[in-house]
Design a protein around this ligand. Structure first.
Ligand code: SF4
Length: 181
């Protein structure tokens, strides 16, 4: 996956920035399945290139790893001098890098990597942290006290109306008052 787009001479060994591992996917991404589509510099003719670019951009926009791919492509300038990566052209990536440098300073890659690390840490600890007693009580009350008559209420199927929301809040408040008393 990493490296220059198809057909571009790769004369030097360039090491990828290890702060941004390239995102892995279960199934091959579009650019793995059809790398030629993403090597737009190799398409001759302005119209044909424009059409290829539109197709590649569309493919990237449906890619499950587009966000991480963009960070990888921006952080690895020497590995992405050509082609479409995360729906961007080489010129667009240059503009994005310049903008990041202006906003975050010369070590913008380090800043973005640190933000990523913190976000992942937060997600991991969020998943590992068990719910508090109060959260468990609330969840149980929500399950038990939301009325099931006259019609079964299916919260994940039915739209939440302001009236329903108000009613649920009132039920929970009343239940909590009883639980605390
Ligand atoms: S976003 Fe585009 S370039 Fe990046 S992995 Fe997906 S298909 Fe490939």
């Amino acid at each position: 996956m990493s490296g220059l787009r198809t057909g571009t001479p790769n004369t030097a060994v360039v090491i990828a920035d290890d702060r941004f591992p390239f995102p892995r996917t279960e199934a091959p991404t579009c650019c793995q399945a059809d790398p030629g589509l993403f090597a737009i510099e190799e398409v001759t003719g302005r119209t044909a290139r424009k059409k290829t670019l539109a197709k590649a951009t569309l493919a990237c926009s449906g890619c499950p790893v587009v966000t991480d791919c963009l960070k990888w492509a921006l952080a690895n300038e020497h590995l992405t001098p050509t082609g479409v990566w995360a729906a961007t052209t080489a010129r667009q990536r240059t503009v994005l890098r310049q903008g990041l440098e202006r906003r975050l300073g010369p070590d913008w890659i380090g800043v973005v990597a640190e933000q990523d690390r913190r976000w992942q840490e937060k997600r991991r600890t969020g998943r590992l942290t068990p719910p508090t007693v109060r959260e468990t009580v609330l969840a149980r009350l929500e399950r038990e006290l939301i009325p099931t008559r006259p019609a079964p209420y299916e919260p994940w199927r039915e739209p939440m109306t302001p009236a329903r929301q108000e009613h649920n809040v009132a039920v929970l408040k009343a239940a909590l008052t009883r639980a605390v008393a």
